[in-house]
Design a binder for this molecule. Structure first.
Ligand code: PGA
Length: 259
């Protein structure tokens, strides 16, 4: 693995501000004591927009990074309801999730919109995008998932300036494995490996010199996390539901740092 494994917690719209603050405050001590000052992992926590600034204050002077769950593709202007990448950077974010399948489904985000967001985040100094891609069960069963994933990947990086095409992460999230979108059952590590290797092959072809992190997301919890964080399988995980309660988050920390 070329980088430390990346652990991303996506709190979605599950925690109102007060709960988000309580959880943020509560995970700092166990994380600090488990890692004994030297973390083997990079942690990024992504609260919803209204909690970003306050949660970011709690993570200051800790190794935990702050991420946003989405952003707009312009840096300012008449775009009602949107948030710009540069504003996210100013309030302390270092990462932004782009193209999550819930946004693709419920907000009709197209590959074209996602391409513009990826470019805008990549062009914002100090901000790194996390591109979510993944097929539906129907596409999986049809057997056309490789072409589908390649198309999402190519579209996601199409507008990023050449010099910036090294600083992003790809999150492979098969739709039916996401707890809120399908069965909530994770895929097997073998399945994950097959697809992440395919993503690596596609990236080698388009970006031969880049060292991109490829992580897995979909019903990751303390039970299965270690089977995904393996050199040939994935460089980290994106955790939804299991990162939103203190009990399950603590279990994940304990598992990650088990001797
Ligand atoms: P989940 O969510 O862990 O609750 O399945 C993952 C995701 O949406 O990225």
């Amino acid at each position: 693995m070329i980088h430390k494994p990346l652990i991303i917690a996506n709190w979605k719209m599950k925690l109102p501000p007060k709960e988000a603050l309580i959880l943020a405050r509560s995970i700092v001590p166990p994380l600090k004591s488990a890692s004994t000052g030297h973390s083997r992992y990079s942690f990024v926590i992504c609260p919803s927009f209204e909690s970003l600034a306050a949660v970011g204050t709690i993570f200051k002077k800790t190794p935990i990074a702050l991420g946003a769950q989405d952003c707009f593709w312009e840096q300012g202007g008449a775009y009602t309801g949107e948030v710009s990448p540069s504003t996210l950077k100013k309030i302390g974010c270092s990462h932004v999730i782009i193209g999550h399948s819930e946004r693709r489904r419920y907000c009709a985000e197209s590959d074209e919109m996602i391409a513009k967001k990826m470019a805008a985040v990549s062009e914002t100094p100090g901000l790194e995008p996390i591109l979510c891609i993944g097929e539906s069960l129907g596409i999986r069963k049809k057997g056309t998932y490789r072409a589908y994933i390649q198309k999402q990947l190519d579209a996601g990086i199409a507008l990023i300036p050449r010099s910036k095409r090294t600083q992003f992460t790809v999150a492979y999230e098969p739709l039916w494995a996401i707890s809120t979108m399908g069965t909530g059952l994770p895929i097997t590590p073998d399945h994950c490996e097959e697809v992440t290797q395919w993503i690596r092959t596609c990236l080698r072809h388009t970006l031969p010199n880049a060292r991109i992190r490829i992580i897995y997301g979909g019903s990751v919890d303390a039970e299965n996390i270690m089977s995904f964080i393996m050199p040939d399988i994935s460089d980290g995980v994106l955790i939804g539901g299991a990162s939103t309660t203190l009990r399950s988050f603590k279990n994940i920390i304990t598992t990650l740092y088990k001797p």
